[in-house]
Design a protein around this ligand. Structure first.
Ligand code: SAH
Length: 357
C-alpha cells in the first residue's frame, strides 16, 4: 500500500467504502493470524514516573495522585490470578520508575517464570540497554514501547527529554530487536498537533520497523496535563488535524493489519473507553486479534490513571476466560490457548526459534 492510498483511507468518510476497509482487514486477520483471540493480563505495577509527557496523567509533576509500587509478592499473585483466569501472558507495565531497579525486576521476572510459567511482556518506558539485556536473559519475552508519533518535532514537544538525556525510542526499539525480544510499538492517534500526513508516515513506520506487535489507541484528554488543559492551542486547523475519534482508531487498526498482516494487534482499552458498549468487539472485527484485560488489584488500578474514565475501571475484577468467551462467541471468535507468540516474530530473520504457539 503506498502513501497516497494510506492517506486516502485515513480521509475516507463514506460508510460503504469504509465497510470495504473493515472487511479487507478482517479477512486479512483471519487468513494470517486466524480466529483465536489471545488474552494478556495487564498488571500496572507502579505509577511512579520520572517523565513529563504532555498527554499522560501519571506524569511526574501531577501531584494529585497517590503513587504506588506493588511488591514483588503482589505482582506474582496478580500474575498467578491471570494464569488462573486462563491468560497465557502477563504484561508488566509502569511509569518510568527508576525505583524499579535492574536487579529487582530481574528477580521478579525469574519468579514469575518459575512460579507461574506465563509469557512476560514488559512495558516500563525507556530503559538502558543493560537493563533490557538483563531482563531478557532473566526470561522476559516481549517489550512494548510506542513511538507515539514519527514527527520528531511533535514528539519532542509532547515528550520532553529528562534533563541531560535525550529520548530516542527508535534506537531502543532497535536494541530490543537485537536482544531477541518480540518487539511492540505503535501510535497515539489524534494527538493535538498531529496531521494526516504525520499519521500516514506513522503507518509507513510500522512497516519499516517490521513490528511483531502493534498497539494503537486514541489520545484521550486528561484535564491535569498540558495537552488536556490546552488542546485548542495545539490543535491544527480542521481538515489537517487528525481527530482522536473511535472511527479514526478503527481505520488505523485496519490499516495496521493490512500493512503488517502477521503482527499481533490489540483492541485497546483506550478504544473501549470511547465506545464502552462494543468498541472492543469492533476493534477485533476490524483487524485486531489481542485483548489485554486488566488484572491490577482494584486499589492500585484506580491510581493508574493515564487518562480519565478508563474502560477497565468498570470491571471491579478481571473478566475470566468464560465471560470473555461468550462475548467472543458472538462474533465468531475463540480464545487462543498457549503463549500466542507473534507470527511475525517467528518468521522474521534472526529471531531465535521458539516452540509452541
Ligand atoms: N511508561 C510506559 C508505559 C505506560 S504508558 C511508556 O511510556 O511506554 C502506555 C501508553 O499509554 C503510552 O505509550 C501512550 O501511548 C498511552 N497513553 C498515555 N497517555 C494517554 C492518553 N492521555 N490517552 C491515550 N493514551 C495514552
Amino acid at each position: 500500500m503506498d502513501r497516497a492510498e494510506i492517506l486516502r483511507w485515513l480521509r475516507e468518510e463514506d460508510e460503504k467504502r469504509l465497510g470495504h476497509l473493515w472487511q479487507l482487514a478482517d479477512e486479512t486477520r483471519a487468513r494470517y493470524v486466524g480466529h483465536a483471540v489471545y488474552l494478556r493480563g495487564l498488571i500496572e505495577f507502579s505509577n511512579y514516573c520520572a517523565r513529563l509527557c504532555h498527554y499522560c496523567g501519571i506524569r511526574a509533576d501531577h501531584r494529585d495522585i497517590h503513587r504506588y509500587r506493588m511488591t514483588a509478592d503482589e505482582v506474582v499473585a496478580s500474575a498467578r490470578e491471570a494464569a488462573d483466569l486462563g491468560y497465557g501472558t502477563v504484561v508488566l507495565q509502569s511509569g518510568e520508575d527508576f525505583g524499579i531497579t535492574r536487579e529487582w525486576m530481574r528477580d521478579l521476572i525469574r519468579r514469575i517464570k518459575n512460579e507461574v510459567g506465563v509469557a512476560i511482556t514488559l512495558s516500563l518506558g525507556e530503559r538502558s540497554t543493560e537493563d533490557l539485556k538483563t531482563w531478557r536473559q532473566a526470561g522476559a519475552d516481549r517489550y512494548l514501547l510506542r513511538f507515539e508519533t514519527s514527527n520528531h518535532e511533535l514528539y519532542n514537544r509532547i515528550h520532553p527529554p529528562i534533563t541531560g538525556g535525550k529520548s530516542e525510542r527508535f534506537g531502543i526499539l532497535e536494541n530490543l530487536r537485537t536482544l531477541g525480544y518480540e518487539v511492540g510499538s505503535g501510535i497515539l492517534i489524534g494527538i493535538p498537533g498531529q496531521s494526516y500526513d504525520d499519521l500516514t508516515r506513522d503507518i509507513e513506520k510500522l512497516v519499516e520497523l517490521d513490528l511483531d506487535m502493534i498497539g494503537c489507541g486514541p489520545f484521550i484528554a486528561h484535564p491535569d496535563t498540558p495537552l488536556g488543559k490546552d488542546q485548542k492551542r495545539w490543535r491544527l486547523p480542521d481538515g489537517v488535524q487528525v481527530p482522536n475519534t473511535e472511527i479514526m482508531t478503527y481505520k488505523v487498526v485496519a490499516l495496521a493489519r493490512l500493512v503488517r498482516p502477521n503482527a499481533n494487534i490489540p483492541s485497546t482499552t483506550a478504544l473501549a473507553t470511547l465506545n464502552k458498549t462494543n468498541g472492543r468487539e469492533l476493534g477485533l472485527m476490524r483487524g485486531a486479534n489481542i485483548l489485554m484485560p486488566n488484572v491490577t488489584p482494584d486499589q492500585y488500578r484506580v491510581c493508574y490513571e493515564i487518562y480519565p474514565s478508563k474502560a477497565c475501571l468498570r470491571d471491579s475484577r478481571a473478566p475470566g476466560a468464560n465471560t470473555i468467551r461468550s462475548r467472543l462467541d458472538a462474533i465468531g471468535r475463540t480464545i487462543g490457548t498457549g503463549r500466542g507468540d507473534s507470527i511475525n516474530y517467528a518468521t522474521r530473520a534472526g529471531a531465535p526459534a521458539r516452540q509452541s504457539r
